[in-house]
Design a protein around this ligand. Structure first.
Ligand code: FES
Ligand code: FES
Length: 176
């Protein structure tokens, strides 16, 4: 009985591994990890994209925010297996493929000098970009209610200013 039990456990461990293929920043990648590994760790430790940060691990702080099919998600609570066949964008891929390209949200972050320590900022930028894709002209209330990421340095006023600035520059680019 004990032997059978051990076999069952070992099969379970084998079955936990999963090969996940998904589009990451515009190119197809495959990772061979435990299927329930949080996507955050697959991105950081297996695909070596360390812009996405670990803060709380319980979907509260937003430091780990990435886009999944254009929607902001907290990668610390998304299993890697759930990324199968999806389009994942990290801070490294937000601006597109050109090295000199800067996303309007990133440009606004630079212009408004938003970051202090910087740790939360990749997640903030990803959350802001997803918000503006959904709502091109958000009010302060929209920003407050929809950007729930936490900044321990308290850069919230500059974040709001930068989101409004990015909204304006994106609207101007649309018109031209
Ligand atoms: S690390 Fe994912 S929400 Fe905090
Ligand atoms: S800039 Fe330091 S945590 Fe946000």
């Amino acid at each position: 009985m004990l032997k059978a039990g051990r076999q069952a456990v070992s099969l379970h461990v084998i079955n936990c591994r999963a090969v996940a293929s998904f589009n990451l920043n515009g190119r197809t990648v495959t990772v061979d990890v435990s299927g329930d590994m949080p996507l955050l760790w697959a991105l950081r430790d297996h695909l070596f994209l360390t812009g996405t940060k670990y803060g709380c691990g319980i979907a509260l702080c937003g430091a780990c925010t990435v886009h999944m099919d254009g929607i902001a998600v907290r990668s610390c609570r998304i299993n890697t297996a759930a990324a199968e066949g999806r389009a994942i964008t990290t801070i490294e891929g937000l601006s597109g493929n050109g090295e000199d390209e800067v996303h309007p949200v990133q440009q606004a972050w630079i212009d408004e000098q938003v970051p202090q320590c910087g740790y939360c900022q990749p997640g903030m930028v990803m959350a802001a970009a997803a918000l503006l894709a959904e709502n091109p002209s958000p009010s302060d209330e929209d920003i407050n209610s929809q950007i729930t990421n936490i900044c321990r340095c308290g850069t919230y006023p500059r974040i709001r200013r930068a989101i409004h600035a990015a909204a304006k520059s994106m609207a101007a680019a649309e018109e031209s």
